[in-house]
Structure formats: structure tokens, C-alpha cells
Design a protein around this ligand. Structure first.
Ligand code: NAP
Ligand code: MG
Length: 502
């Protein structure tokens, strides 16, 4: 019998008031139940938010370096448990073990990096236009942070949000994706064991429609940090705006890799294969378009198909597997329907294009790595996020043409260019409109200490990762301290300097 996992509210592990639960199953083997989780209600969310609101009164006054000490400890605990955490994650959501180890490593890196902020959280000072006056701008915490995350990075993404929220002095209510509550539970459990005080981190599992909605509407919630689809992000953004909440959104992508005629084609194929089919294409930064200079188009395609054909699809715990399953049946059906759309639109299917069946495949949601060639940049498969192992290859006449195609997207997260000409590289860096550009590397592979996020419908102007994430989880307060012992009026008392000298 699978273990039953509870919500974490006000320092206690508790069942949902609904009395209902749901099963978390392995997408590589649907017979395997990973755990039973709470199907929570609005009442559960309200209890968690109230606990977080109460805990905030004390937590905000704990010195930031002390708050960070707990996070350093948690990071160390994740290091010690890395392998079991990665295995749980592979069983829960399918990606291969080297990738789930990477996901856990990202949570470690983020925790160490942001715990360091406990001794920074820099503000600034600046001179006054008036004499005998000091001024500075400091960061202040906000209150209760609502954290809503997707299933594709089940520990990394929660860590990008929860760790900076806590170090900055906020308290948290965390709703993980319905598909990946175990990795979220593991993360929260470690924070508890590391010593995060009661009520400071709360964890409520359940659906976006119930738990998510209750979170984004509650008056105590000051900041909503969301990663997921642009569709849900748009809804959360509008709702948050109507309630005057700060909302940070990280959403979809349709990332392009450009391959120039002077590129190292072996390297470019390595990049497209890893970027396109790593995590089964289920990364916000996945390479879903490869734009290839016409002079090397045919050669690149031959090499790319050859390489992708050799990928082994299967259970992510098997060391010989390159590509795991899709997260669930609905996502698999979505991917298969996009493959049909691609065919109908007239793109040339060069590889894959079907569900894998027979033997163990029948128990999971496996789709063969799929490559479309001769894709028109305006086709739906070149415009809409598929979030699966499907790559569209598009020919281009020149660098300018390739960049124009890359920028022809409603998204703008990541991009990449393969070239051995430094001029091409710098023009691409200048002209591609995305939040991230890689040179001679795939569209995936962000590091935690650089700002992460995108333009257009990928984001709403915030950047996670880097020092910029602190801007999401703090407000600025400007402080003016007048020690002149008289009323000084900024912008009006322009003759003050003279008076002081008298
Ligand atoms: P999703 O369907 O938008 O769900 C994301 C989260 O929002 C889940 O926890 C979901 O809960 C919750 N949610 C759904 N409806 C809600 C509502 N009405 N109110 C509040 N919360 C709600 O996205 P997904 O399918 O999990 O993840 C895939 C998407 O995430 C892709 O579009 C991908 O590009 C994007 N992504 C972006 C980044 C980035 O940093 N830019 C990173 C990773 C993924 P349930 O699980 O219960 O539905
Ligand atoms: Mg699952």
C-alpha cells in the first residue's frame, strides 16, 4: 500500500478537510503508485495562509543571516539525500536519473547561492540635495508569498522561489503541480527538519482550480510567484492585478537554435539533440525550432535524424535510457495531436511521429523522438508550445533571415546560435529578442546565479535566479533622515547650501 502524504500547515502534518486524496503514479509505469496525496480545499488554503500571516510577524524580525543559516543547513541536507531525492523524482515524473540529479543539484546550488544573500540583501545610500540629511533605500519583506509551480522541474523551480522568499523574510504557502507532489513534499520536509519555524513554510497539495484559485484570491497574499503555462499565467496575472498583488510569471517558450553555415555541425547536432529531446522536450527552454542556414541544411538534417534515431526511449531509472516518458496521458495526447497538425500543415515528417507501444511501453506515456523538416515559420508547430519530443527544422537564407524567424514568436525565453564567426555571434546576441541567448550551446542549461526569464508572453518583466530574484520577493523602501533640526523642503529650499555656510 502506498504511503499517504499530508499537507503541512502551521508546523503540523495534517489531512485535508475534504477527507479526499489522489494517487500520484509513475508515468513510465502506470501500475506503480508513488504515493497518496491530499486533495485539498479552500479551507485548507485559508488555514495555511492564516498560519503564514501569523508566522510572518516573527519571521520578518529574525536577522536575515540567521534565516539564511537554516537554508545553508537545508542545502547540506539535500546534498546528503541527493540520490534518493533524484530517484523519487524520476519515478514521479519520468525524466532520466542524470537529469533528476541535475534538478536536485539546482535546488542545492540555489539554496547555497541565495543563503549567501542573507549577508547581502544590499540596499544603497545616496547624497541628499539638502544639507544635514541622510538617505538610503532598503529592502523590506512583503508578507505571505503564494508559490505555484509546474511538474517539469519539481524541486529546482520550487527552490528558485521558496528559498529567496524565505531568506528575504517572507512566509510561504506552496502549491506544487498535481503531478509532482512527492518531490515538493521532500523539499518541504527538509526545510522543516533544517529548522524553518512553524508556519513559515506551508504546503498544500491539490488542483490548480481549487487550491491555486484560493491562493491567488486571498487578501493576505502579497506576492504570487508562478511558473507554468502562459494560459494559466495570464489568468493569474489578471486576477492578481485586479487585487493589486505583485505577480511574477515565468511561462512558456518556443525556443530556437540557429545553425549557421560556418558552424561546427557535430556540435550543433549535439545541441539540438540535447536541447530538443532532453527532458523529453518538456522544458520551458527546450529547443523546439532549429533554424538552419540553407547551405548546410541538408547535411544538418541527415546528421540530426541519424543522431535522434539512436536515442533510447524508456524508463528513466534504466541507465541506458536517453529519453523518458511524457508526464501524463493528456500531455501525450497533446503531443500526438500536434504531430497530426504538423502533417496536415504539410511539414515533412523525417523521424518518429507516433506513440511507442508493446511491452513496457504500454504501461507508460512514450512518444518517439520526432523531427519535422521544411517547416514554415508560420505553421502552428513552429508557433505553439508543444512541450514534447518534437523538433521543427526551418531553413533560412542568411543570419538576418534566421534571426527574423527566431523572433517571429509570441514567446521569448531562450535562444541559441551555432557559429564560428564572432561577428555572427554578437549580432545574434544583439538582435534576438529573448531573455537568454547561448552561443555554441543548446537553448537549455541555465545556471542559478544569472537572471532567468523571458520576454513577450514568456514573462511579465521579472527575473528569477541571479540577484534579480530578490527584487521579486522584496519591496524597496526609501528612507530620509533629516538631522538639521528644522523644516527643510525638498525641491523648494534650493538656497540651503548658502544658509549652512553662514
Ligand atoms: P500549468 O498547467 O500552467 O500549471 C502550473 C501550475 O499552476 C500547477 O501547479 C497548476 O496546478 C497550477 N494551476 C493551474 N490552474 C490554476 C489556476 N486557475 N489558478 C492557480 N493555479 C493554477 O503548467 P504545467 O503544465 O504544470 O507546466 C508546463 C508549462 O510550464 C509549460 O508551458 C512550460 O513552458 C512552463 N514552464 C515555464 C518555465 C519558465 O521558467 N519559464 C519553467 C518550467 C515550465 P495543477 O498541477 O493542479 O494543474
Ligand atoms: Mg506522477
Amino acid at each position: 500500500m502506498a504511503e499517504v502524504y499530508k499537507n503541512f500547515i502551521d508546523g503540523e502534518w495534517v489531512e485535508s478537510s475534504s477527507g479526499e486524496t489522489y494517487e500520484n503514479r509513475n508515468p513510465a509505469n502506470w501500475d506503480e503508485v508513488i504515493g497518496i496525496f491530499q486533495r485539498s480545499t479552500k479551507e485548507d488554503v485559508n488555514a495555511a495562509i492564516e498560519a503564514a500571516q501569523r508566522a510572518y510577524k516573527k519571521w520578518r524580525l529574525v536577522p536575515a543571516p540567521k534565516r539564511a543559516e537554516i537554508i545553508f543547513k537545508a542545502a547540506q541536507m539535500i546534498v546528503e539525500r541527493k540520490e534518493e531525492l533524484a530517484k523519487d523524482m524520476t519515478r514521479e515524473m519520468g525524466k532520466i536519473l542524470p537529469e533528476t540529479r541535475g534538478d536536485v543539484q539546482e535546488a542545492i546550488d540555489m539554496s547555497f547561492f541565495i543563503a549567501g544573500e542573507g549577508r547581502r540583501l544590499y540596499g544603497f545610500t545616496t547624497p541628499s540635495e539638502l544639507p544635514l540629511k541622510f538617505q538610503m533605500s532598503i529592502r523590506i519583506p512583503m508578507g505571505v508569498a503564494a508559490i505555484i509551480t509546474p511538474w517539469n522541474f519539481p524541486m529546482a523551480i520550487p527552490s528558485w522561489k521558496i528559498i529567496p522568499a524565505l531568506v528575504a523574510g517572507n512566509t510561504v504557502v506552496f502549491k506544487p503541480a498535481t503531478d509532482t507532489p512527492l518531490s515538493a513534499y521532500n523539499f518541504v520536509k527538509i526545510l522543516e527538519e533544517a529548522g524553518v519555524p512553524k508556519g513559515v513554510i506551508n504546503f498544500v497539495t491539490g488542483s490548480g482550480g481549487v487550491v491555486g484559485e484560493a491562493l491567488i484570491s486571498h487578501p493576505y497574499v502579497k506576492i504570487i510567484s508562478f511558473t507554468g503555462s502562459s494560459e494559466v499565467g495570464k489568468h493569474i496575472g489578471s486576477k492578481g492585478a485586479s487585487l493589486f498583488k505583485k505577480v511574477s510569471l515565468e511561462m512558456g517558450g518556443k525556443n530556437a537554435q540557429i545553425v549557421m553555415d560556418d558552424a561546427n555541425l557535430e556540435l550543433a547536432v549535439d545541441g539540438a539533440t540535447w536541447g530538443g529531446f532532453g527532458t523529453t522536450g518538456q522544458r520551458c527552454t527546450a529547443t523546439s525550432r532549429v533554424i538552419v542556414h540553407k547551405k548546410v541544411y541538408k547535411q544538418f538534417l541527415d546528421m540530426f535524424v541519424e543522431r535522434a534515431k539512436a536515442l533510447k526511449v524508456g524508463n528513466g531509472l534504466d541507465p541506458s535510457t536517453d529519453v523518458g516518458p511524457l508526464i501524463n496521458e493528456a500531455q501525450m495526447n497533446k503531443v500526438l495531436s500536434y504531430i497530426e497538425i504538423g502533417k496536415q500543415e504539410g511539414a515533412k515528417l523525417l523521424l518518429g511521429g507516433f506513440r511507442l507501444t508493446g511491452g513496457d511501453y504500454d504501461k507508460g506515456w512514450f512518444v518517439a523522438p520526432t523531427i519535422f523538416a521544411d517547416v514554415d515559420p508560420d505553421m502552428r508547430i513552429a508557433q505553439e508550445e508543444i512541450f514534447g519530443p518534437v523538433v521543427s527544422v526551418i531553413p533560412a537564407d542568411s543570419l538576418e533571415h534566421a534571426i527574423e524567424i527566431a523572433n517571429n514568436s509570441k514567446y521569448g525565453l531562450s535562444s541559441s546560435i551555432y557559429t564560428n564567426d564572432v561577428k555572427n555571434a554578437f549580432i545574434a546576441i544583439r538582435d534576438i529578442y529573448t531573455g537568454i541567448t547561448y552561443v555554441n550551446a543548446p537553448t537549455i542549461g541555465a545556471e542559478v546565479h544569472l537572471p532567468f526569464g523571458g520576454v513577450n508572453q514568456t514573462g511579465n518583466g521579472h527575473r528569477e535566479g541571479g540577484h534579480t530574484v530578490i527584487d521579486i520577493f522584496t519591496e524597496w523602501k526609501s528612507v530620509y533622515i533629516d538631522f538639521s533640526s528644522r523644516l527643510q523642503r525638498a525641491q523648494i529650499d534650493t538656497d540651503k547650501i548658502v544658509k549652512v555656510e553662514e
